[in-house]
Design a protein around this ligand. Sequence first.
Ligand SMILES: Nc1ncnc2c1ncn2[C@@H]1O[C@H](COP(=O)(O)OP(=O)(O)OP(=O)(O)O)[C@@H](O)[C@H]1O
Ligand SMILES: [Mg+2]
Length: 343
Amino acid sequence: MASDTQDRQGGQGGPLLEVDGLCVTLFTDAGELRCIQDLSFSMRRGETLAVVGESGCGKSMTALSIMDLIPKPPAKIVGGRILFEGTDLVQLPDDRMRDYRGNEISMIFQEPMTSLNPVMLCGKQIAEGLLVHNPDMAKAEADAKALDMIRFVGIPAPEKVFKSYPFELSGGMRQRIMIAMALACEPAMLICDEPTTALDVTIQAQVLQLIDRMRQETGTAVMLITHDMGVVSEMADWVLVMYAGRQVEYTRASELFAHPAHPYAQGLIDSIPSMDASGERLYAIPGNVPMLNELPSGCLFNPRCPYARDICRREVPGFTPVDGDEGHRVACWKYTDRWEEGR
Ligand SMILES: Nc1ncnc2c1ncn2[C@@H]1O[C@H](COP(=O)(O)OP(=O)(O)OP(=O)(O)O)[C@@H](O)[C@H]1O
Ligand SMILES: [Mg+2]
C-alpha cells in the first residue's frame, strides 16, 4: 500500500501523513474489541481529506490516534504506523509527541469548551499556546500574534474578545477562538472533528470558509470529519469512507459523488436530502452499524448490503483499485474477479 500511495501522490515531496495498517483495540471487561482495523490512507499538503461514516464508525478514534490522544485505557494502538513526514508517531516517546501536537498537527474538537480553559482570557490562551511551542518568543510578540489570529478568524472587536473569558462568548465565537488557537502555530496538518455540528447554519458556513482559507493561504493539510455530505462536496479533495472501524472506500470527492463504488457509500449518497425531491421520502440505509462486540464475519457491511452473497458473509474483501485506478479503492467483493463464483 505504501508504495502505491507514493506513486499515486507523487510530486510535492510525497505525502505529509501516511497511515499504514493502523489497528486500535479497546481492552474492555467484555473482551478485546477491534475498534480500527487495518486502516491505510495518506494526506498531502494543501489538500482536504473528508472522513465520513455513520456514528461509531471510528472517525474520532482515527483522529485521536494521529494526535496520540486516544483514551488509554481502554484503547491501544496494536498495529500499524502513522508516518508524519516519515517519522512514525506511534513509536515516538510522549515528550517528542508533544512537539508535534499543537505545533505540526492541531485539532479542532466538536465542543470548544473541552479544549478552552474557562478561567483564562481568550487572547492569553492563544498567546500561551504560541509560547509553549516557541519558547524564545517574547510575551508581547505572542500577545500581538494572538490578537492577529483573533482578527484572522473574523471576530468583530478583536481587542475586546482578547480580554474576554470563554463563557462570555457565544458558541460560534468560542469555536472561532479554538480555531484561532489551532491555527496560531501554523500547523502542517489540521484535524477538524465535526467542527460545526454545534453551530447554527450561517456560522457553520463561516467556520468552514475560515478553515478553507487557512488551507489555501498556508498549505495546511486538512482532515475534515463530518456527517454532512454537502460539506464533503464543497470542501473535500479526497474522501475516506469508514464503516465499523474499517475503510470501505477511498477516492477523489468528485468521483465519490459521480461513481460511488461501495454499496455503503452509495447508501450514504442516496441518503443526501435533495432540493428537488420534495415530498419524497428520504432514503435511509436499513439497519445499524454493528456493535464492536458483535461484528459479523466477512465484510462488516454484509448484513445491510442489498448485494451480499455467500463470499461476502465468509471472507473479508481486500482494499483494491476500482477498474485499475490506484486513486480509487474499495473493499467490496463486487469489484473482484471472485464475484461471479461468490454466490
Ligand atoms: N472511551 C471509549 N471507551 C470505550 N469505547 C469507546 C470509547 N470511545 C469510543 N469508543 C468506541 O469506539 C468506536 C468508534 O468510536 P468513534 O468515537 O471513533 O466513532 P465516530 O465515528 O467518531 O462516531 P460519531 O460520529 O458518533 O462521533 C465506537 O464503537 C465507540 O463506542
Ligand atoms: Mg466522533
